[in-house]
Design a binder for this molecule. Structure first.
Ligand SMILES: Nc1ncnc2c1ncn2[C@@H]1O[C@H](COP(=O)(O)OP(=O)(O)O)[C@@H](O)[C@H]1O
Ligand SMILES: [Mg+2]
Length: 387
């Protein structure tokens, strides 16, 4: 259970500046380190910090007013490996703080640096999407809409960014919601709404934002990079109007960012379009995405007799497949429909999996030269989506 922070008599820094405290008061078991701040947003500053009792690094979010209280309350509702947990939260020294585990960075920078080093590929991206979808499925079951899914709000750990967690629950709220909030280029059309006709929206906005985030990861550029916020809003409204008219042969595409054209991989295009559908009900759920990406990453399952399993293990097959031993009794059960592996089938499965892995490991290249200009031939309506 998270503990409540108590006021402590630790020295308070006097070096406040306009942007916030230069060195915030912290509870006695936490000590600041000289490293630079991790992030500075509209109302909070995130510092690295040492937990002296646990002898480990943590992060500390500090805010001069009540903004962080709602975020801490939402974080405390969750207990999931794919959502950043709260270690402790409460008032301290006149400020509200949230202490959370220190992660190594966010996906905004990680996607770029991995691409630069030739280490970004679909194996990595599928894993990120599977994990984010898993975290979202959990949040959505509790009817909470994140409302700010984007690369800088997904934190990573692990050696090559494999362990990701959803963070920054500052805008998260129980649906249905009505407020027009979020990051303009990640906001679903229903959040923007038609002028004077605001209606309720829910968890599908996170799926829309996740698709925009995938476009960023695959292309290295923010969706609608060369557009003003107002122009993005108009594009979303245009799509809403087109979808409402429902004219055949006139699909709403103005909300699809021009950067979508840079995504050429057939593994991604149909799925991204589905997640970006104007009709929220037509988008896949987080649970469906989690299943789809888990399956895409899973090596084949091989059912074998125990005597054959030993032989296969000797050949190192369990690194390439999920080896399931089944015995004679199980096989005699009339409900058993298992197709036991033969040597020939094994060879075929192995080469299929190897081909799948080779495709997944192909490096994703970010090419800034391809970023479409705003309003140019490459950026308009249906051409933008290439649909
Ligand atoms: N626990 C953490 N570990 C490492 N970096 C963090 C952590 N929390 C936040 N950050 C960094 O700080 C940035 C801002 O934090 P965030 O919670 O997203 O606040 P904001 O509401 O200001 O966007 C993140 O994008 C990330 O780079
Ligand atoms: Mg953030």
């Amino acid at each position: 259970m998270p503990r409540q922070l108590v006021e402590c008599s630790q020295r308070q820094d006097s070096g406040d500046d306009e942007a916030g405290p230069a060195y915030p008061p912290i509870p006695p078991e936490y000590a600041m380190v000289p490293d630079p701040i991790l992030g500075r947003g509209g109302y909070k500053i995130v510092y690295p910090c040492v937990d002296k009792n646990a002898c480990c690094m943590v992060s500390i979010n500090v805010c001069a007013d009540q903004h962080l209280i709602t975020e801490a309350k939402t974080m405390k509702m969750f207990d999931h490996p794919k959502i950043l947990p709260v270690i402790v939260a409460g008032w301290h020294g006149g400020r509200f703080v949230i202490v959370a585990p220190l992660m190594k960075g966010d996906l905004h920078d990680k996607a770029l640096s991995m691409a630069q080093h030739g280490r970004l590929n679909n194996f990595v991206v599928f894993g990120w999407v599977r994990d984010i979808a898993r975290g979202l499925e959990y949040m959505h079951k509790k009817k909470i809409v994140h409302r700010d899914i984007k690369p800088s709000n997904i934190l990573w750990h692990g050696d090559d960014g494999q362990d990701v967690k959803i963070a920054d629950l500052g805008l998260s709220k129980r649906g249905p919601c009505t407020e027009n909030v979020g990051t303009p280029s990640y906001k679903a059309p229903e959040i923007v709404g038609l002028k004077g006709q605001r209606s309720a929206y829910g968890t599908p906005v996170d799926i829309f934002a996740l698709a925009m985030m995938i476009i960023y990861i695959l292309t290295g550029t923010n969706p609608f990079k060369n557009y003003e916020d107002e122009q993005i809003k108009q594009k979303m409204r245009q799509a809403l109007r087109t979808a409402r008219r429902g004219e055949p042969g006139d699909p709403a595409t103005s909300h699809i960012p021009p950067e979508f054209r840079m995504v050429t991989d057939p593994m991604w295009r149909p799925l991204l379009l589905q997640c970006l559908t104007v009709d929220p009900a037509a988008r896949p759920s987080a649970g469906q995405l989690y299943e789809q990406f888990s399956e895409a990453l899973a090596p084949p399952t091989i059912y074998v007799h125990p005597h054959m399993a030993a032989e296969l293990r000797r050949l190192g097959i369990e690194q390439e497949a999920d080896l399931q031993e089944v015995d004679e009794d199980f096989l005699r059960d009339p409900r058993c429909r298992l197709d036991l592996v033969s040597k020939q089938k094994l060879r075929r499965m192995k080469s299929e999996w190897e081909a799948r892995k080779t495709a997944l490991l192909k490096p994703i290249v970010h090419d800034p030269a391809q970023i479409p200009a705003a309003g140019g031939a490459a950026a308009g309506g249906a051409a933008a989506g290439g649909v």
